[in-house]
Design a protein around this ligand. Structure first.
Ligand SMILES: C[S@@+](CC[C@H](N)C(=O)[O-])C[C@H]1O[C@@H](n2cnc3c(N)ncnc32)[C@H](O)[C@@H]1O
Length: 287
């Protein structure tokens, strides 16, 4: 497979910023109306009975201890439209953000125009423009699997984290119904997309990942990791935890929606199912 350059990745995300629109989210949004974009994003992320936060608490509060961020210096890598930057800036002393997408930077600069403790810029996770041991906490949600060279990013995170500093990452997981059923079987085999990509699974997976409900043709690069791969990649951290998670909707979509059982399952069982089969890794690291 041809090497994908960072300039191509930056262009894709500048042309297709992660604003949560499309078939999957039921919206076509207008980039000239950022307030509507932020309102829609809140609606999507603040779902009731979320696996990741209790109702009314900050996003991901089951995994991130926001109280510990008081007085801390934080980095949000690939901040997108800033749904996590916003939570972090309420607690941390200073939140820095880096992004490749110029559109995301424009939207987020507008969003945080009155927040003096937020500083955002265009830069790559492969070359984080900060000195060694600078950050207390680093977060990156759904970003580094899209980078040209993920190992460069992981090494950079280790470099700029203070000793004992913490990091939270979301990366795609190779496994579960979304990967095997929705992507490989339905789109790859039944719809013939795998054939169109000369049975190159990697190339095919990139083409059907982050299509934003088919508004776009898929991000240039979207890696999916096994636990074994992650353990190796993060072996230089003192502590690491790899948690399987995802979205409860994975078990409500085809073919499971046809099973009356899935619709009858309570949230507890759905959450348990996602915890053993979900499409994401939540990764907690300490340097
Ligand atoms: C799926 S979006 C996620 C955005 C945001 N974190 C969110 O959860 O909505 C992926 C983002 O990663 C950014 N990105 C990809 N590679 C990057 C890199 N090497 N350095 C910084 N940002 C990167 C893209 O520009 C894009 O905005």
């Amino acid at each position: 497979m041809k090497n994908i350059k960072e300039s191509e990745i930056a262009k894709f995300w500048t042309d297709n910023p992660m604003i949560f629109q499309g078939k999957e989210y039921g919206y076509k949004l207008n980039l000239n109306n950022p307030d509507e974009i932020f309102k829609n994003m809140e609606r999507i992320h603040r779902r009731k009975n979320s696996l990741h936060q209790k109702d009314g608490e900050p996003f991901l509060s089951k995994f991130i201890n926001y109280k510990n961020l008081k007085g801390k210096t934080v980095l949000d890598i690939g901040f997108g439209i800033g749904w996590l930057t916003n939570e972090l800036q309420k607690k941390a002393k200073k939140v820095y953000g880096i992004e490749l997408s110029k559109t995301s930077l424009k939207l987020s600069n507008y969003r945080f125009r009155n927040c003096k403790n937020v500083s955002l810029k265009i830069a790559s996770a492969e070359k984080i423009p900060f000195k060694n041991n600078f950050f207390d906490f680093i977060i990156s949600y759904g970003v580094l699997h899209h980078a040209e060279n993920d190992n460069n990013c992981f090494n950079e995170i280790h470099r700029v984290l203070k000793p004992a500093g913490k990091c939270f990452l979301m990366l795609y997981r190779k496994g579960g119904p979304k990967y095997w059923w929705s992507k490989l079987f339905r789109q790859g085999i039944l719809k013939g997309s795998l054939y169109k990509h000369n049975f190159n699974i990697e190339k095919f997976i990139h083409s059907v990942t982050d299509t934003h409900g088919l508004v776009t043709k898929g991000a240039p690069l979207s890696r999916h990791y096994t636990r074994k791969q992650l353990k190796k990649k993060f072996s230089n951290f003192k502590k690491s935890r790899f948690i399987i998670t995802g979205n409860a909707d994975e078990w409500k979509k085809k073919p499971f929606e046809r099973l009356p059982l899935t619709n009858l399952l309570g949230n507890k069982i759905l959450h348990w199912l996602v915890g053993i089969s979900g499409a994401y890794w939540f990764i907690k690291l300490q340097k």
